[in-house]
Write a protein that binds this ligand. Structure first.
Ligand code: FAD
Length: 441
């Protein structure tokens, strides 16, 4: 076990998520003295949760596709995505002994189906590159001094007594109470966003950057479940509707559309497609109290054709009851509630369903209306949209345009993408570029 005597480093990386780990690995390659400061007793707590514990590392898409996923200002990430490409990311893990596999929609996962394998690779690489890691070190002050930065785990006015003596999981490094001040010529700030705060990402970096003069664009939840108003929908908790069409309508013409599975929860709705669309819906909910969501329960069947199908089926299977008939199309757990909404007796025989009821049924199959009344808070969102303003960061280097020697990487930077591995690719790519830039003298 090596006691840390020196508190002075070439580069201090704040935050041991994917961005910070990659930045530290890259920065240490050139023989620089690098310290990684992580507030948790381990690195990558958020990685553990990614992809439902399987870690959707990246996505097999083109550079343009990747950039597009980050919206209007996505081209800010062009240099980062070019300097550490999707292939580079895959090679990095493969060369470190972790094979990957591609799934639907180009999503790339470790072959082990375990996020922990990704963390294991990062830890091994940090060790290989002799990065000093100080765990349980929460950076509370970051100051620009004359030619260097000073970092502290104590606020100026308040001593932090929780940071006594801390050991990393390998008992490789520790910091004593007297060693709380760290000096570094350059700093890479990679503290993540402000969602899932239990993972350590409590948004500290925004405050640290702000104190140095940076502007933080409004922090909005991205990939967040939505709340709904109707009690009938809330009673469907746990029900999944597969491959349905989703259309959010707002204002006179506004439409946000997608297709995929939808999961009913005790507060509203979730599911991958819905989460992807949520970023846009959140923007509307900032201005409007409600947004209408229309579910198309048979998106592959046009409205007119559905009417014909119902008419012909109702004749052909006239003695079947309606509930039984609908089981061919809809999950059983959904039909009872659906029949209540449509207000038709589910036990009616098909030949007893009149034209008006049949049309109402078709209307609701093609456009079941739900009122979205809000979204879960930022803490329950998978990503934070908003953060350190891109205008204040040089996209070629990730260096702050305001504070020379300060670099930003990962989710702390404003902008977010839908699910599919894009956000992790952003973290790894910006981390790599920040690390590569910070070593240039
Ligand atoms: C449930 C869930 C599932 C997800 N699944 C995927 C997925 O499958 N694919 C994908 O691409 N994206 C996914 N994401 C998003 C992805 O995890 C993040 O975009 C990514 O982790 C951001 O990386 P980062 O390094 O910028 O920040 P983080 O991963 O948030 O890491 C920041 C680190 O900084 C540390 N830290 C914070 N403040 C301080 C401080 N003051 N001092 C010291 N250390 C500090 C934190 O403890 C943390 O370890 C998911 C997110 C969630 C919440």
């Amino acid at each position: 076990m090596e006691r840390i005597q020196m508190k002075s480093y070439d580069i201090a990386v704040v935050g041991g998520g994917p961005a910070g780990c990659m930045a530290a690995i890259k920065a240490s390659e050139a023989g620089k003295k690098v310290v990684l400061l992580e507030r948790n007793p381990e690195i990558g707590r958020k990685i553990l949760l990614t992809g439902n514990g399987r870690c959707n590392l990246t996505n097999n898409s083109s550079l343009t596709g990747l950039i597009d996923r980050f919206g209007r200002r996505g081209s800010f990430f062009r240099s980062a995505f070019s300097s550490f490409t999707i292939t580079d990311l895959v090679n990095f893990f493969q060369e470190s002994g972790l094979e990957v596999k591609e799934e639907d929609g180009g999503r790339i996962f470790p072959i082990t189906n375990r996020s922990q394998s990704v963390i294991d690779v990062l830890r091994a690489q940090l060790k290989k590159h002799k990065v000093t890691i100080i765990y349980n070190y929460r950076v509370k002050e970051l100051r620009k001094m004359d030619g260097y930065f000073q970092l502290s785990n104590k606020t100026e006015d308040k001593k932090d007594h929780t940071n006594k003596q801390h050991f990393g999981p390998d008992s490789e490094q520790y910091i004593s109470p007297d060693d709380d001040l760290i000096q570094a010529t350059r700093v890479i700030l990679s503290t993540g966003g402000a969602s899932y705060p239990k993972t350590g990402s409590t948004g500290d970096g925004y405050g640290l950057a702000q104190k140095l003069g940076h502007n933080i664009t409004p922090l909005k939840p991205g990939l967040v479940p939505l709340k709904i108003k109707e009690n009938w929908a809330l009673s469907l908790q746990g029900v999944v509707l597969k491959k349905v069409g989703l259309t959010f309508r707002h204002g006179k013409q506004g439409k946000i559309k997608g297709e995929g599975d939808i999961l009913f929860t005790h507060f509203g709705v979730s599911g991958p497609t819905l989460l992807d669309l949520s970023q846009e819906v959140v923007k509307i909910l900032d201005k409007e109290a409600e947004v209408k969501l229309y579910l198309d329960l048979m998106p592959t069947v046009p409205r007119e054709q559905l009417e014909d199908i119902l008419l012909s089926d109702f004749k052909k299977h006239s003695k079947r009851d309606l509930q039984n008939y609908l089981r061919s199309y809809l999950p059983l757990g959904f039909i009872k509630t659906f029949m209540e909404v449509v207000d038709i007796d589910p036990h009616k025989k098909l030949n007893q369903v009149n034209r008006k009821e049949r049309l109402k049924l078709a209307d609701n199959i093609k456009g079941l209306k739900i009122t979205v009344s809000g979204h879960l808070p930022l803490s329950r969102a998978m990503v934070t949209c908003g953060g350190v303003s891109k205008n204040e960061i040089d996209p070629q280097t990730m260096e702050s345009r305001l504070i020379p020697g300060l670099y930003l990487a990962g989710e702390i930077i404003a902008g977010c993408a839908p699910s599919g591995g894009y956000n992790l690719q952003q973290a790894f790519s910006t981390g790599f570029l920040a690390g590569a830039s910070a070593i240039i003298d």
